[in-house]
Each structure stands twice: as C-alpha cells, then as structure tokens.
Design a protein around this ligand. Sequence first.
Ligand SMILES: O=C(O)[C@H](O)[C@@H](O)[C@H](O)[C@H](O)COP(=O)(O)O
Length: 263
Amino acid sequence: MESNKERGEVRIHENLDELSTDLADYVAELSEASVKERGVFAIALSGGSLISLMRNLCGAPYNKTVDWSKWYIFWADERVVAKNHVDSNYKLAKDHLLSKLPIVPSHVHSINDSLTAEEAANEYEFVIRQLVRTRVINVSDISDCPKFDLILLGMGPDGHVASLFPNHAVLEEKNEWVTFITTSPKPPPERITFTLPVINSAANVVVVVTGSGKAEAARLAIDDVGPECEVLPARMIEPVVGKLVWFLDNHAGSKLKSFSQFS
Ligand SMILES: O=C(O)[C@H](O)[C@@H](O)[C@H](O)[C@H](O)COP(=O)(O)O
C-alpha cells in the first residue's frame, strides 16, 4: 500500500515480513542507482529494530545482485559505549547484518569508542569531511553538507530520530554535521548524532516505523495535523532535494488519515 504526500512517500505494510521484503528491495534499488551514477553507495545506519528489518539483504537474490564492494557504511547515530557493548549500534549492525555481507572492512566507518562523546563527534565529522573531499560521500548541490546516498532511521514513540530527541537543543544545531548529547532520555545517555542539516541533505532518507506504540507519533510526523506536531523531530525531516520514504507496518500506520483508504 503506497501513497504520495507532501511529507514523502508512505508505504504501509500488512506485516513485518512484507515490510522487510520491500525494504531490502528498495535499499538494493538505491544501491544499484547510486553505484551506476557515482561508483559508490554511502549509506548511514541507525540502531533499533531497523537492523533486523534489513535482514533480507543477507539472502538471495541480494547476496549476488548487490555490488557490496561499493558500499561505504556510516552511522547516523551511535551510543558512546565500547564497540563490543550490548548497547552499541555498531555491534548490532555488525552481528545482524554486516558480518553476513561481503562489505570491505575499511569501508565501515564506525565511531571511535575510546573518546569522549564530544571528541568522538568531532573526529567522526572530520572523517566524513575527508570522505566528502574525495567524493566517497557526495556533496549537497546547495550547501557544503555531505549528501549521503541513503540515511536509514528508526523513530521512537516520542518521535525521536537518530539521537535527535524532542525539545533538545541539538535540534537547533545548524553548523555542525555531527554533534553529541550527554542527556539522552533513552539510555544510554551519551550519544553522537548526525544533525538535521546533514539528514536533510541526503539523497534519500528512509524512516522505518513499526508497532502500535508509535502510531500517534507517526500521525504527528506524517499527517497534516497543525502546529502541535511542529516540535516532533521526525516532523523536521524534510530532505531539501532528496526523497523521503516512510516504511510502516499497519500498526504504526493505523492512525494516519490515509490508512482507512488502504484497509
Ligand atoms: O540509537 C538509538 O537509540 C537508535 O538509533 C534510535 O534512534 C532508534 O532508531 C529508535 O529509537 C527506534 O528504535 P526501535 O525501532 O527499536 O523502536
């Protein structure tokens, strides 16, 4: 079920299996287009359920059809913990996705886990700047921001995306590409995150939202519901030139105006 709206394309799926199938297909399609156009695919991941929902990429036909050697992996947000810690977004992606794919190890750009949150954010931004210079990561057509080929995000029931939480000063950050927080309402408290200008400069942004606990936040993020929704971080995702696609299951999509026309 699909609809096109001002807030991006909304795809509502009957169940998680259907969502996973469609998500793998979409990511593979974007990879192919990007490799054809630029010779590389720079993709940023987040944590949460998103990673297991990408599982189909590890099997046929994608294990053969995707040009994994051209993938460069980044994180849109990361918890400031050791890489082998159970809370690490890197560990989550490595255990459930990256270790099952033939990605070139030097193409995996995870955050330095031996630094403070502030240092790690600065260093990660520096790494990204170097890769923009060599065009492993593309550059925005209208600013000096990086233009990731794809940024994949989950959304919390409070409407947070990456580690951009409601009412947090980090939402105002206009200059930094990567910043840090030490007061995350969702543990662990210390995190680094892409800022809104970077997310909104991407060529493609995908937000994956599942479960009835997120139905209200999904409505506020996607539907035209007036000023009450304006403070929701997920609502602030508005790619300037790029394409935004929401992948929802029918529980998360159940409060959308367009849902009744689907069911
Ligand atoms: O580091 C994090 O906490 C995640 O990157 C976070 O932004 C996540 O994507 C959402 O909280 C949704 O998580 P779920 O899909 O598991 O609910």
